[in-house]
Design a protein around this ligand. Structure first.
Ligand code: NAD
Ligand code: DAU
Length: 340
């Protein structure tokens, strides 16, 4: 049995990854260390929580004692998803971003190195490269130029990972992915927020002129890429992951309204996000060439399936939006959560 520590496994991408790995690999056993912030929802993994190969640990990646305790389970590899992930929140208050994304990563790296894990994958983001003009792509060689407190904290973490590999030969790899969408995404991010608002005939707040460009990838394509990097990636390397699917925010907004049969009058242009990055576009030819990965889910197909998932899971949305989902954890695990 391969023993894996996944951090942040109750969030959007982490929960999809845990489910994917347990389904695809019979020989994998997973420890999921998650602090259960506002974005971490154990209900996201309700369907697998009784699997004997799954173990949930409530805790903080910045808490060395907890991390050491989990690593003593004989963990061979670590995948670090745990993070504060929302740009708008980092503009409001960057403190938890630096604490979790930078300090938490340092604690996890240090503990993993001392425990002798054979592989560590840092889940980073294309946002560390900053913003592009109308042409060109981010490659793995593009200099880091983060523009938001969120992306600065992710870049800080990436530099620590790089330094641990350089200084100690620690077998760490960094992945940098573009914008994910799919089931279980917290409805503060563009796609789930707009689906949920449109369903209630509430306005869709488009920032600025709505012509900012993002490169969209379905979360399961991202999970397949991480799985490959875990198995075949080369320590010390960075792998870009992207959907080869650039869309303006207005195009995404109209596509959602179109699937739901809702009018464009729901679009409301609002004040732009401060420091808003204009365009992200990933060159993912390295992972395609070296590891044989390709995105497989088209945006049209993936977006329809995602809209359908939110339609079928309105109860989940209501519980997440009201904070009521936290009761699920208390009922399951009998522990009270501090509000965070
Ligand atoms: P998310 O906000 O949905 O989930 C984050 C998870 O981390 C939550 O379960 C939360 O409880 C947990 N967490 C937060 N602080 C923690 C701490 N100190 N200790 C333990 N757990 C903690 O985020 P997401 O969208 O799933 O993103 C996951 C990772 O992927 C992040 O590192 C993010 O930077 C990166 N990423 C996200 C995207 C995207 O489009 N969402 C794209 C590229 C990279
Ligand atoms: O590129 C990868 C990154 O993608 C990840 O590292 C982040 O964790 C993830 O949150 C995401 O960051 P973005 O800032 O691109 O995602 P968000 O969904 O917040 O916004 C997508 C675009 O939509 C962005 O240009 C801002 C715009 N937007 C967003 C919201 C929430 C709006 O116009 N209105 C909105 O209400």
């Amino acid at each position: 049995m391969r023993r894996l520590l996944v951090t942040g496994g109750c969030g959007f991408i982490g929960s999809n990854f845990v489910r994917y790995m347990l389904r695809e690999h019979r020989d994998v056993e997973i420890w999921n260390l998650d602090l259960l912030t506002y974005a971490g929802n154990p209900e996201n993994l309700a369907d697998i929580e009784n699997d004997p190969r799954y173990h949930f640990v409530h805790g903080d990646i910045a808490d060395r004692a907890t991390v050491d305790r989990v690593l003593r389970e004989g963990i061979e590899a670590v995948v670090n998803f745990a993070a504060e992930s929302h740009v708008d929140r980092s503009i409001h208050d960057s403190t938890p971003f630096v604490r979790t994304n930078v300090l938490g990563t340092q604690v996890l790296l240090d503990a993993s190195r001392k425990a002798g894990v054979s592989r560590y994958v840092q889940i980073s983001t294309d946002e560390v490269y900053g913003s592009l003009g109308p042409t060109g792509y981010f490659t793995e060689e593009t200099p880091l130029a983060p523009n938001s407190p969120y992306s600065a904290s992710k870049a800080g973490a990436d530099l620590l990972v790089r330094a641990f590999h350089h200084t100690f030969g620690f077998p760490a790899i960094i992945t940098r992915c573009s914008n994910n969408y799919g089931p279980y995404q917290f409805p503060e991010k563009l796609i789930p927020l707009f689906i949920c608002n449109a369903l209630r005939d509430e306005p869709l707040p488009v920032y600025g002129d709505g012509l900012q460009v993002r490169d969209w990838i379905h979360v399961l394509d991202h999970c397949r890429a991480i799985d490959l990097v875990l198995q075949k990636g080369v320590p010390g390397q960075v792998y870009n992951i992207g959907g080869r699917c650039e869309k303006t925010n207005l195009e995404v907004t109209r596509a959602i309204l179109n699937i739901l049969g809702k009018p464009e009058t729901l679009i409301k242009f609002v004040t732009d996000r401060p420091g808003h990055d204009r365009r992200y576009a990933i060159d993912c030819s390295k992972i395609e060439r070296e590891l044989g990965w390709r995105p497989q889910i088209s945006f049209d197909e993936g977006l329809k399936a995602t809209v359908d998932w939110y339609l079928r899971n309105q109860d989940w949305v209501e519980r997440v939006r009201s904070g009521e989902y936290r009761r699920y954890y208390e009922l399951q695990y009998g522990e009270r959560l501090k509000s965070s």
